[in-house]
Design a protein around this ligand. Structure first.
Ligand code: EPZ
Length: 439
């Protein structure tokens, strides 16, 4: 079990390239079940979550081979398996994205319900209602969704939930509709860049989809989808995390290989906090010359501030010269990082679905424990700014969604060391997901 030792106070400097997007790669890998030929993907990040999905696809008769330079080849070798087991789905909710593709391509799917999640109640009712509207019979037995349909048929489906549209719900329904008979219209569809990337991948397989990036997506079903070579978009959440790392350390970095348009709300908030931002071609340069200014952040569906950067912004404004507020409209309870940031000397209080952050002059290093992916990134950022040493335990949370963030930070001058930490409790909790062999 790894932990990260951080000696804080070093301003980050230099250039860093962003990896491919986790939240685009996962639904695209799952959608490869729909293809009748091989799929070659480029810019697939090397993450624990990607390995977990590859393992699940293997159980579903889909061979996944990793090549050099973030390449991946995916091909169905046996189209009979239809079960996605609890042991894998409980590890990673995005596994639920195999439901729509399995149902559409194989006519039947048995997929474990995802179960609990630390960031909030995360029902899948919209996914199931959408697939039922496409004509599938859906029942839940023994913790599994059992979905069946000889051939799905086009329908009108609205995917708006109490906290707005659903990202992976749009993914599941859009995938299923590609092979349905007739036209499907999804209203209140998610407009996240990752959903658009999935839609473009499906079109590269031969799907007939329009309206991507708007809240109304139209899909006209086709008989069959073919093969494809496709490159995954840049990870805007990783890019945002790296930019906030520079801001919190008073540094100057350039992030390369990003889609600048995907970052507008994030860059505006960073400018509000006092950073100087240079927007270039696929590149963003950030210069932080002073103590952050307080900002009021409200995480919202795209194009708003992503909920997946809310914790990192909280770490930044914990050092602001004044009071900030952080609200999350997507996951109103997503505040697991608060107690651990307060252990580093931050002054953060919860008031309902708002966190009030009274800025302090400095944070002081301590041992803290990560409890989910983005909260762990916030602790690493706070550790980069804190005086003396911070130890972030349970680093596996970070590795789920960041491709060697520690190495990227070290290349920017951060004083970080990854260390193995034997802790029986953690080992039992984690179990082991083998890394993918590079062929
Ligand atoms: C995706 O999760 C991302 N995961 C999340 O990133 C991200 O936080 C989230 O979208 C919001 O942007 C992947 O793409 C793999 P939602 P998803 O369905 O699709 C409610 C990370 O850190 N809802 O858009 O599961 C739900 O409870 C992860 O990388 C229903 O009510 O999120 C939430 O309040 C964490 N019923 C809201 O909608 C449903 O059927 C948005 O959730 C589905 C969702």
């Amino acid at each position: 079990m790894d932990c990260l030792r951080i000696s804080g106070g070093v301003p980050l400097r230099g250039r860093v390239a962003v990896s491919g997007s986790k939240n685009a790669a996962l639904p695209i890998m799952a959608a490869s079940i729909l293809a009748s030929g091989p799929v070659s993907l480029a810019r697939v990040p090397d993450l624990a979550d990607v390995n977990t999905l590859a393992l699940l696809l293997g159980y579903l008769g889909v061979e996944v081979k990793r090549g050099a330079n973030s390449q991946m080849r995916i091909e169905t070798v046996d189209a009979t398996p239809i079960k996605a087991d609890y042991e894998l789905v409980r590890r990673m909710r995005a596994s639920f994205c195999v439901l729509g593709p399995l149902l559409a391509r194989r006519g039947r799917a048995v997929v474990s319900l995802p179960g609990g999640c630390k960031i909030g109640t995360r029902p899948v009712d919209l996914h199931l209602a959408g697939l039922a509207a496409l004509g599938a019979s859906i029942r839940i037995e023994h913790g599994y969704v059992i979905a069946e349909a000889k051939r799905l048929r086009g329908a009108q489906i609205d995917l708006c939930g109490p906290c707005g549209p659903t990202v992976t719900g749009t993914a599941n329904v859009m995938c299923a509709a590609t092979l349905a008979r007739g036209k499907t219209v999804i209203t209140s569809a998610a407009v996240e860049p990752e959903v658009v990337d999935l839609g473009r991948f499906l079109i590269s397989l031969g799907a007939n989809i329009s309206g991507l990036g708007t809240s109304v997506i139209e899909i006209v079903g086709v008989e069959q989808l073919a093969a494809s070579d496709y490159t995954i978009i840049a990870d805007r959440i990783e890019a945002g995390t790296l930019l906030i790392a520079a801001a919190i350390t008073g540094g100057e970095i350039s992030v390369e290989g990003v889609v600048v348009e995907h970052m507008t709300a994030v860059l505006n908030a960073l400018e509000e906090s006092g950073c100087h931002i240079l927007r270039g071609h696929q590149q963003i340069t950030l210069l932080a010359t002073a103590r952050p200014r307080p900002v009021h952040i409200c995480a919202q569906p795209y194009p708003g501030i992503p909920t997946d950067l809310q914790a990192q912004f909280m770490a930044l404004v914990s050092l602001a010269n004044g009071q900030s507020t952080i609200r999350d409209q997507v996951f109103p309870e997503r505040f697991m990082q608060v107690a651990e940031l307060n252990r580093l000397g931050a002054r953060i209080e919860r008031s309902g679905s708002t966190a009030i952050v009274r800025g302090v002059r400095r944070l002081s290093g301590a041992t803290v424990t990560a409890c989910d992916l983005r909260a762990s990134a916030a602790l690493v950022l706070a550790g980069l700014a804190a005086q003396r040493e911070t130890i972030v335990r349970r680093l596996y949370h970070l590795d789920r969604g960041y491709e060697r963030l520690d190495l990227k930070l070290a290349r920017l001058g951060a004083n970080v060391t990854r260390q193995v930490e034997a802790d029986a409790l953690d080992m039992a909790e984690l179990g082991s997901v083998p890394a993918l062999p590079v062929v």
